[in-house]
Design a protein around this ligand. Structure first.
Ligand code: ADP
Ligand code: MG
Length: 701
């Protein structure tokens, strides 16, 4: 059914906009449970795709289980117990038995499962057997009830939807089935011309098959159709934005002749790397154009992004513009201000620091000068632009360590007339498909090479039982005047557990005889800003020699004297994140070491993943590996960056879909830049609902 033949729901007939409670047999009480999952309407329900499927054709008896294969087992829970780990976490373990044997299952940090997986409960579990200890780690499971039984016996792919308390899998499946009656009346964001030319199925058919697939082929087709749709929407936004924001004349010519930059460059105590030179060339070429720049400068920690940014800033200041240099935290802003000051002095430019703790009088004075349009370089946090700081001559915004700056902010700025140039600095090496999918509207400069004159950096993975030797090594490094980081992972949102774990580790180190001669410091997310600052200052000054820390951003300090980084429960970090962590050492002339210690509960696969760290020093390679091995949700920076979540598209596998979606989006936008055609109305409506601000700008004409 195409968009034009869609009819609104007749009287008594449920449509996609109907509330879930009006589906037969649901009612207000059950509807409230669905609301907890963010599902209010039938349309939202149908877009709640299964998380995965239990493959009733892959059932295996316990005695036939092979490690490393994805299998499904039906059985009865025998033993079940919550276990406290040494790290203070409570795990859950259960044994599932069938007629042929029993299978141990292990769930990290999910003690509440005791309520569901009681002995005697009939369940189906699905997952992989760990080859080392022959347990099924974190399996997916479902308690068997009525309809499950019949689905299993039909030998089908049984959908597994995300649930919430008070909602059973069975009930979810029933309600989704009812909702599917309205599937053909949902408006399809994919224009008919795209669907037809690509041979894609209708939305209704895809929704039926994604929830209750007939077979593997139908499931694949549905998944690929819906993933394409998801990527297409994203690409359409990028394409609309790119067309508008990169128009000549929308931006400012922000490059002066380069005399200031020349002066600063001549005073540098080092020569720039080829990559730095190339990046500066690319940036300055953008600044000199009347179209707004939106460029990412990607390079490992320590690759020298700050100098590049500073030289760019000097071009803009010279051209009479104001430059805002923004860091994610006050500590980093202050540190940037110091660095910039050091390098800008030769150019006769004075960088100003404007943060929450700038004294009121200074703040007022600075604001007055900014409001008067005086060309200057201001360093602050990301709040700099959002606060009511008037910067009428803002020509260049430099943003450190934040990806998605610009969508909202640029739209806001653009409404005022011209759009400043934006340069985003990031140490997160973004894999290619991800860059394509999310940053198709950005230009990218990359710094691959590490500046010369750095000591070697060695990475080792070692077991927890070797901790005494690690400590001995640490004592030797500290004794030789060097410094060390001990990093613990984030355990939970809000950081209460992590703070406790960090305190415990801090106490353990402090009490250790080998550490007695040294000052140990503690830094975690729940400390007050002043306390954090004091610890950071102490570490920078060398009065603190070993720093136990959980917070990663604050570790952004440049302490070239730090030569040892120990990462505990290292399997909990992504490779990219570990790579960024280890970039905190090896910044000085001394040989540095990064020791990764997987926790006791780490699977053999997790240990193998860590070994990648010893194989390569290329952050981009590690990012690709991360994407392949852990999926994109785990890529550092993605979760925090406010990127729309992709529900079906998998950037590790779907590169071709991304490219196809981009082509399709370009085709549609080129033919109808305002999406004004009736056939594009559903697309326009959905884009507006999801991406209002940037689109107002793009579609306003
Ligand atoms: P990033 O911001 O990419 O993490 P920085 O710009 O802070 O890296 O640079 C890290 C350190 O390297 C700084 O102390 C900086 O002065 C120094 N540095 C930058 N470029 C070079 C270079 N080409 N040669 C030697 N040292 C450099
Ligand atoms: Mg930096």
């Amino acid at each position: 059914m195409s968009a034009s033949t869609m009819t609104s729901a007749g009287p008594g007939r449920l449509g996609p906009d109907s509330r879930i409670q009006f589906l037969s047999g649901v009612g207000p009480a059950r509807a409230r449970v669905f609301e907890r999952l963010g599902l209010n309407t039938v349309e939202q329900l149908l877009r709640h795709y299964p998380r995965t499927y239990l493959d009733a054709r892959r059932f295996v008896s316990v005695k036939d289980l092979q490690p490393g294969e994805l299998v499904t087992v039906v059985g009865t829970v025998r033993h079940a117990a919550a276990l406290r780990t040494r790290g203070g976490r409570t795990d859950f373990s259960a044994t599932v038995a069938d007629a042929t044997g029993s299978l141990p299952c292990y769930f990290f940090g999910q003690p509440f499962l005791a309520r569901t997986l009681k002995p005697g409960t009939k369940v189906v579990v699905s997952g992989e057997i760990d080859p080392l200890d022959h347990r099924m780690m974190n399996p997916m499971f479902e308690v068997i009830e009525g309809d499950m039984e019949s689905l299993l016996h039909a030998g089908r792919l049984v959908p597994v939807h995300a649930l919430t308390r008070g909602l059973t899998a069975r009930s979810m499946r029933q309600v989704v089935r009812l909702g599917l009656d309205a599937a053909d009346r949902m408006s399809d964001p994919l224009p008919a011309e795209i669907r037809d030319s690509r041979g894609l199925s209708s939305l209704g058919e895809a929704l039926r098959q994604i929830h209750f697939p007939d077979d593997d082929a139908s499931l694949q087709a549905a998944r690929s159709r819906l993933a394409f749709e998801e990527l297409f929407l994203l690409q359409a936004v990028l394409e609309l934005r790119r067309r508008v924001l990169s128009e000549e004349g929308r931006g400012l010519v922000t490059a002066g002749p380069g005399e200031l930059a020349r002066a600063a460059r001549e005073a540098l105590p080092f020569t720039l790397t080829d990559d730095q030179e190339r990046a500066i060339g690319e940036i300055v070429a953008d600044l000199a154009r009347g179209a707004p720049m939106h460029r990412l400068l990607i390079g490992d920690v320590g690759s020298g992004k700050t100098v590049v940014a500073l030289l760019a800033a000097l071009y803009a200041v010279e051209a009479g513009h104001q430059v805002a240099f923004m860091a994610p935290t006050e500590i980093l802003a202050r540190q940037h201000a110091v660095t910039l000051q050091r390098h800008a002095v030769a150019a006769g430019v004075q960088p100003w620091l404007l943060t929450g703790s700038t004294p009121a009088a200074d703040r007022r004075a600075l604001r007055t000068r900014l409001a008067a349009g005086e060309p200057m370089l201001v360093v602050g946090t990301h709040a700099l632009l959002e606060e009511k700081v008037a910067m009428p001559k803002l020509g260049l915004a430099i943003v450190d360590e934040q990806h998605r700056f610009g969508v909202q902010q640029r739209a806001t700025l653009a409404k005022k007339g011209v759009i400043p140039d934006v340069l985003v600095l990031t140490a997160t090496p973004i894999p290619r498909t991800l860059a394509l999918a999310f940053y198709g509207d950005l230009e990218v400069s990359r710094l691959h090479s590490r500046p010369a004159g750095r000591g070697r950096l060695v990475t080792r993975v070692t077991g927890e039982e070797k901790f005494p030797q690690v400590l001995e090594f640490m004592a030797r490094e500290l004794g030789a005047g060097r410094q060390a980081f001990v990093v613990l992972p984030l355990i939970e949102e809000g950081g209460r557990l992590e703070a406790r774990a960090a305190e415990a580790e801090f106490e353990r180190l402090r009490a250790h005889p080998l550490m007695r001669p040294f000052a140990v410091g503690l830094l975690h997310g729940r400390l007050k800003p002043e306390a954090k600052q004091a610890v950071m200052d102490g570490f920078a000054a060398g009065t603190i020699q070993a720093l136990v820390t959980t917070t990663v951003v604050e570790v952004g300090v440049d302490v070239p004297n730090a030569t040892l980084m120990v990462v505990e429960s290292a399997e909990r970090f992504g490779l990219t994140q570990l790579h960024q962590l280890r970039g905190r050492v090896g910044r000085g002339e001394h040989r540095s070491v990064c020791v990764l210690i997987p926790g006791a509960a780490a699977t053999s696969r997790a240990r193998e993943r860590l070994a990648e760290m010893t194989r390569t020093e290329d952050g981009f390679e590690l990012a690709e590996a991360d994407l392949r091995l852990r999926g994109m949700g785990e890529l550092w920076g993605v979760r925090q960056s406010g990127l729309p979540r992709l529900r079906l598209a998998d950037l590790a596998r779907d590169e071709e879909l991304v490219l196809a979606a981009r082509d399709a989006a370009r085709e549609v936008v080129a033919a109808d830049p305002q999406l004004a055609r009736p056939a594009h109305a559903p697309l326009r409506e959905i884009l507006f609902a999801q991406y209002r601000e940037p689109l107002e700008l793009a579609l306003a004409g």
